[in-house]
Design a protein around this ligand. Structure first.
Ligand SMILES: NC(=O)c1ccc[n+]([C@@H]2O[C@H](COP(=O)([O-])OP(=O)(O)OC[C@H]3O[C@@H](n4cnc5c(N)ncnc54)[C@H](OP(=O)(O)O)[C@@H]3O)[C@@H](O)[C@H]2O)c1
Length: 284
């Protein structure tokens, strides 16, 4: 059987065009406050890509490039100002933060209606109970990509390797919402190979280059590789693409797979936050 490449780049491009159309039809500037502390080189690349995508979609970005040594209190004050500003519709704090800052306190200071990354406890809790959460962009992008390719999720055995709050756990919850039977594997999972070989849909978010090999994948499985690792100057995923594509029916490449979908889903979340704020204002 031929393995189909789940083209995240192409799918994201068409999604961004659609979002740009919706944004253009709104008679108001939609604005994202993008907060970055320090000069982590990987974060700088991610932030540049996010600003570029917002630009393409017609979303304004108010950037806050802050000194690495900014005190917690000052950062909390900036977030409080963004929360109170009706002209700011989304707030993104680029992670990771320098170690002197309390990341959880800072993320949870964001108004949940402006939480474009879906990382506040309120949005994570909403995702848990299945109500209208703002879901983190990466797992949301994974589901969108599967749906664009008409991959059936309901009734399938889905295995997510990785249990971070950013990717693994929300990916598992979103797959569960779509009626998959979900297993979450992690570093303490016994017989990982046996677990992954049961997956009809295998989502991998481990952060180890080419960690999942062909012998760990069931024949005709759908394999989604979230990993981004730099090996000898090249970006590779958590899945051994060359080997696994011989076994899988669908696979995401790295790059051009989940990465672009994350950006497109972030734009969707900014628009969603905007709409939620409008409807919250209409209720009062
Ligand atoms: N494409 C994108 O847009 C995007 C977005 C976000 C992240 N990423 C990438 O996705 C990867 C994962 O990110 P993350 O933030 O979820 O990472 P993370 O917070 O480091 O979590 C990694 C997870 O992998 C598990 N793990 C580690 N070693 C394992 C092993 N030997 N067997 C099974 N599970 C193992 C860990 O288990 P324990 O919990 O037991 O430690 C943990 O749950 C990274 O490469 C990151 O760069 C990509």
């Amino acid at each position: 059987m031929i393995c189909i490449i789940l083209d995240g780049k192409k799918t994201a491009e068409s999604l961004i065009k659609k979002i740009a159309g919706e944004v253009a039809a709104i008679n108001e500037d939609i604005t994202l406050a993008l907060i970055m502390v320090g000069k982590n080189p990987a974060s700088q690349v991610y932030v540049r890509n996010k600003i570029k995508a917002c630009d393409e979609a017609g979303i304004r970005v108010k950037d806050y490039f802050l000194d690495e040594k900014i005190p917690q209190k000052e950062l909390l004050k900036i977030i409080a100002e963004c929360n109170a500003d009706p002209k700011i519709h989304g707030i993104l704090v680029q992670l990771p933060l320098p170690s002197h800052l309390n990341e959880s306190e800072i993320i949870n200071a964001i108004d949940p209606l402006k939480d474009v990354d879906g990382l506040t406890i309120v949005n994570q809790g909403k995702l848990m109970v299945g109500s209208d959460a703002i879901a983190p962009a990466t797992p949301k992008g994974v589901i969108t990509l599967l749906q664009k390719y008409f991959v059936e999720i309901a009734g399938k055995n889905a295995v997510v390797v990785g249990r971070s709050s950013l990717v693994g756990k929300p990916a598992a919850l979103l797959l569960l919402q779509k009626n998959a039977t979900v297993t979450i594997a992690h570093s303490k999972t016994a017989n990982l190979r046996e677990v992954t070989r049961r997956a009809d849909i295998l989502v991998v978010a481990v952060g180890k280059p080419r960690f999942i090999t062909a012998d760990m994948v069931k024949k005709d499985a759908v394999v989604v590789d979230v990993g981004i690792n730099k090996v000898e100057g090249k970006i590779v995923g958590d899945v051994d693409f060359a080997g696994v594509k011989e076994v899988a029916s669908y696979i995401t490449p790295v790059p051009k797979g989940v990465g672009p979908m994350t950006i497109a889903s972030l734009l969707e979340n900014i628009l969603l936050c905007y709409k939620k704020q409008i409807s919250a204002r209409e209720k009062v």
